[in-house]
Write a protein that binds this ligand. Structure first.
Ligand SMILES: NC(=O)c1ccc[n+]([C@@H]2O[C@H](COP(=O)([O-])OP(=O)(O)OC[C@H]3O[C@@H](n4cnc5c(N)ncnc54)[C@H](O)[C@@H]3O)[C@@H](O)[C@H]2O)c1
Length: 496
């Protein structure tokens, strides 16, 4: 904010600037001294007053000639214009030397986060990181309001994370005019009401997977957002690992040939201890289906993303641990343990699910998920085999990719391990060079950036609610197969 920087000794001049694109590789930068601006509605918002007597400084630059560098008095500012004329017209830059001026810009997006547990906190931190990790995007997420039914989580956690306001009533948040984006990170049983209210109030929605408690609710949420014309995004975060993005590029480019085999799994330890508390995930009324909603949703999304849609399947499920100690409201996460003396309750959904699957493209494969397994910790993984190569990734080794690309001479006939580096998508936004790893929350920053860029552009990106519905379409086939013991077709639940 301008008020934050105007008193700094290293800043002697503040410019407001706008960049007007007039061809795919040429644009003009207009800059005006902030002190000379006559019209300001808010101290910290961009007002560019072209009618002011003092003529704005104008640089006409060619992107080709200047390599996206605007040569300005006293230094240079990097002013990229991604996407040419359709691109974001106002960029943030900095004149670093004598004039010490700073350009200020717009794309302030008001964020509201509902549910300030593990994920709400992770997403809040991620929004704060977007301007730092993606400075060229000129996006300033503004943490306007958070909501949690537990007052301490709303107030104290919200304040610590930098929210301007907090509430224990999520309705206030979805109705608040300065909230443009509703980030739904509450337990699953609330998602339908939250998403409907957010859509009805014109808020763009980031919804956590599995979206609804079951396929029907996911279908209703998708329809509500589509009919309201709001943008959506779904937290299928594993898509954003740089080496998963790279693997997907190799597959799309045909480097692995035709896909013949796919194995996806998510083997988690979070419920393997019988003392793991009976949080909402283990309760069908609150979480919906168990391992199917919680972890199979990621596995199916990744399979769709890499190998394409599933045609039919035969599935299995089981609940290994049937009683658990009751949770303590507003404390801990689903990893928290109770004691043997605590009162306990019944687990009402499945710990384990698996399926043999056939894809529309003819590939065959398996999906397997568990929340009560010993050995793997958070093994969200896949192996994909094509007619010319293969690729494998495991979240436990987020920064490694197993790649099998023997080439025509067959001299490299074996797997190699790639280490993520700044040559892979997004990695350089976090660390330079090769082998400097990124972590879990960095995937959330990439996700937040992609979602907010979609809001800036006004264009739906993936994965949105449409992709979540595609995942939810697979679940009824699994549930039917649990009952019938037979192969079942995947049928779309999309409503008009
Ligand atoms: N990798 C992933 O994609 C991933 C990981 C974890 C969780 N999730 C999803 O994120 C969502 C939240 O999971 P979590 O692990 O953060 O849960 P959590 O239990 O840690 O947090 C949920 C929060 O919602 C609050 N809440 C409950 N009722 C509320 C209400 N009426 N109004 C406002 N707040 C309310 C709770 O007090 C709590 O703070 C779920 O949908 C879950 O499936 C996704």
């Amino acid at each position: 904010m301008i008020s934050d920087i105007s008193g700094r000794p290293d800043v002697s001049e503040i410019y407001l600037a706008t960049c007007v694109v007039f061809s795919s590789n040429q644009y003009e930068v207009y800059a005006l001294r902030y002190a000379e601006c006559t019209a300001r509605t808010r101290e910290d918002s961009l007002i560019f007053d072209t009618t002011h007597d003092a003529p704005p400084t104008i640089w006409t630059i060619s992107a080709r000639e200047t390599e996206h560098r605007c040569i300005a008095p006293g230094g240079s500012a990097i002013l990229p214009v991604p996407g040419g004329p359709k691109g974001n017209p106002v960029r943030r830059g900095r004149w670093p030397s004598e004039s010490n001026s700073v350009l200020f810009m717009e794309h302030r997006i008001g964020i509201g986060v509902i549910g300030m547990g593990w994920m709400g906190q992770v997403h809040s931190r991620a929004y704060r990181q977007v301007p730092l990790r993606f400075p060229d995007a000129s996006i300033e997420p503004r943490l306007v309001m958070c909501a949690d039914e537990v007052p301490a989580r709303a107030e104290q956690t919200g304040k610590a994370l930098g929210f301007e306001q907090s509430t224990t009533d999520w309705r206030q948040l979805v109705e608040y005019p300065e909230v443009q984006v509703a980030n739904i990170a509450a337990p699953n049983h609330l998602h339908l009401d939250l998403a409907r209210a957010a859509a009805a109030n014109g808020k763009h929605i980031l919804c956590k997977k599995p979206v609804g408690r079951g396929p029907e609710e996911t279908s209703q949420i998708e329809a509500a957002a589509r009919q309201a014309g709001v943008l959506s995004f779904v937290g299928f975060n594993y898509r954003w690992a740089p080496l998963v993005v790279y693997a997907q590029q190799l597959i799309r480019q045909g480097k692995l040939g035709d896909i013949t085999h796919y194995r996806g799994r998510f083997l988690s330890m979070y419920g393997s201890n019988p003392r793991s508390r009976l949080t909402w995930r283990f309760d069908h009324n609150l979480g919906g289906y168990g391992a199917l909603c919680d972890v199979m949703s990621h596995v199916v999304d990744m399979a769709h993303h890499l190998a394409g849609p599933v045609k039919r399947l035969v599935a299995n499920h089981h609940t290994f641990i049937k009683q658990r100690p009751l949770p303590v409201r507003g404390q801990g996460t689903h990893y928290s343990l109770g004691s043997v003396d605590d009162p306990s309750g019944e687990v009402t959904n499945e710990d384990y699910a698996s399926a043999l699957v056939e894809f529309h493209n003819g590939a065959r494969g398996t999906f397997e998920v568990s929340r009560t397994i010993f050995g793997p910790k958070c093994e969200m993984a896949f192996e994909l085999n094509g007619t010319q190569g293969a690729v494998g990734w495991n979240f436990e080794r987020l920064n490694e990719l197993d790649l099998y690309l023997p080439g025509e001479d067959g001299l490299h006939d074996g797997y190699t391990t790639l280490l993520a580096g700044d040559k892979h998508p997004y990695h350089g936004n976090f660390n330079p060079g090769d082998g400097n790893p990124i972590g879990y929350e960095d995937l959330r920053v990439i996700e937040a950036y992609e979602f907010l860029q979609s809001v800036v552009d006004g264009e739906q990106r993936q994965p949105g609610l449409s992709e979540a519905l595609a995942v939810a379409n697979v679940h009824p086939a699994m549930i039917r197969s649990w009952e019938s013991g037979r192969w079942e077709d995947v049928i779309s639940l999309r409503t008009a």
